[in-house]
Design a protein around this ligand. Sequence first.
Ligand code: NI
Length: 135
Amino acid sequence: MEKITRIGVSLEPDLLKKFDRLIEKKGYANRSKAVRDLIRKALVTETYEKGDKQVYGTITMVYDHHVGGVTDKLLRYQHDYRRNIMTTSHVHIDHKNCLEVVVVKGKAKSIKEMADKIASVRGVRHGELSITGLE
Ligand code: NI
């Protein structure tokens, strides 16, 4: 098992009370795990902002396939970024709406570029990128 270092954190009582309420709502059993997760999240965000390291993620989108050209554009972008795409899942929600989840890997910069292009296509009503890494 990895060695653990204990640290002390000084906080205003009011801030601590709010933090405790938040982590209880989220279901954390203790503060340590909540603080560790916040630190990891900050590190992943930093990696992501620098854009040069390998990250993994998902792009989730909902679109109306009746909107002219939407499937053509989405397919074109996915082919442009095929090296970053590991797999794609498609669910036909109802007569007009589709849900698609694209699992991606690669440099954060490319992943973000692809997600931005997808989200801006007319007919895509929800395009969201979620990035994670091994920090
Ligand atoms: Ni569909």
